[in-house]
Design a binder for this molecule. Sequence first.
Ligand code: SF4
Length: 452
Amino acid sequence: MCYAIPGRIKAITGKIAFVDYFGEERKALNEMEELRKGDFVYAQGGYIIERIPLAEAEEILSVWKETFFELQEADLRLSRLDLEKAGIDRKLGFILDGTIAGRPLSETHAVYLLGRTDPRELDLIFKSANFLRQKHLKNACCVHGILEISNACSQPCLYCGISTHHRTLKRYRMTPDEIVENACLAVARHGFKALVLQSGEDAGYSIGELASVVRRIKAKTPALIFISFGEIGFHGLEQLYEAGARGLLMRFETSNPALYSNLHPGSDLETRLSHLREAYKLGYLLITGGLVGVPGQTREDLVRDLFLAKELHAEMMSFGPFLPHPNTPLKDSGVPEENDILKVLAVTRLLEPTEARILITTAFETLSENARRKGLLAGANSVMLNVTPAQYRRQYEIYPNRAYGDDGIEKQIEDVVNLLASLGRAPTDLGISRAQGRQPRGFALGTPELTG
Ligand code: SF4
């Protein structure tokens, strides 16, 4: 199983490769000196990950070709707007018309959109977002894997089920060998091209150990490795980048400093943001975003969250519901409704119509039945599958009853591939990266290192 369609290099200008996918051209950052025009490659996140042999590429493409165009047709049908039939108020029509015509969404208009509750209006907002996603990014959908390597965390965040508040939780910490083995399995057996390694803020691993794990994975696979170990300091970020990590998953949770401090005693928003800014400077691709439904959060706060993710150069935006764990101090806080999340996904797409990868979080999938399908039809275009070994998965209990907690990886893949096919989406990554203009620093020459 593989999650990217091979593309053919049409041209290379400096670090930018122009890749052809059945007649559609996409740009991707290339760090492989040996790459030539005519080569076939896999690209993920706007990066060239690896060159693949001609015979292998041709075999995969022969299977994909017909399907690709069929899917695109179905996707186009599902994203078409029928504005005339909608009979919607003029202000909403004006805002949506504007975004479709390419006018940037203002903060005031974003707040207005988040305040809509009429089902017909919501339907139109979601369809507009889906239309823009289709128009600019076609039917590509990123499918990344996430490996939760430890559920230990030294932080007392007031809502999180792996925080120090959850005293009865059985903790686990995978050994370096287990991490490398499971990461390589996810790539080699299941075909993932991008993997997130995640843990709480776990002092049980030194940065040197984590760097060694990343280095070992990178020596064996060309996968794009994202790290998500919390606030590991600038030096930690630098060491892991040198080891081969090229992505950072770190949400800022809320752009409101007071709300942030309320949720995370002893921590402050500025430190978190400084990590994200430093990581971007180092060359990391960022997955970031926030929580929807934090106690005390206003619509204005939420809109500032969306604009902050954009300002931080998020490669992928991740906004999910606030789901406090019952063993934490905020256990009695309410949780948001499905439409609150769908509105945020849709407004994110209206704000970032041309480039953003927008993730459907597992928390949303836990909150809402058919969340993936609904999210994909409201502007989202990314999902993550959990590749954590079954014996640990339930213990990564940031909130209870996580969606797909018991599903094996084969079942998750089958479900997502079927869902994407039913929506006319291809589990591939053809988007143009906003990182394409940046030059990552310090990649190791002469290894099968990534590049993507
Ligand atoms: S939110 Fe992150 S830092 Fe806070 S307790 Fe949970 S895993 Fe730890």
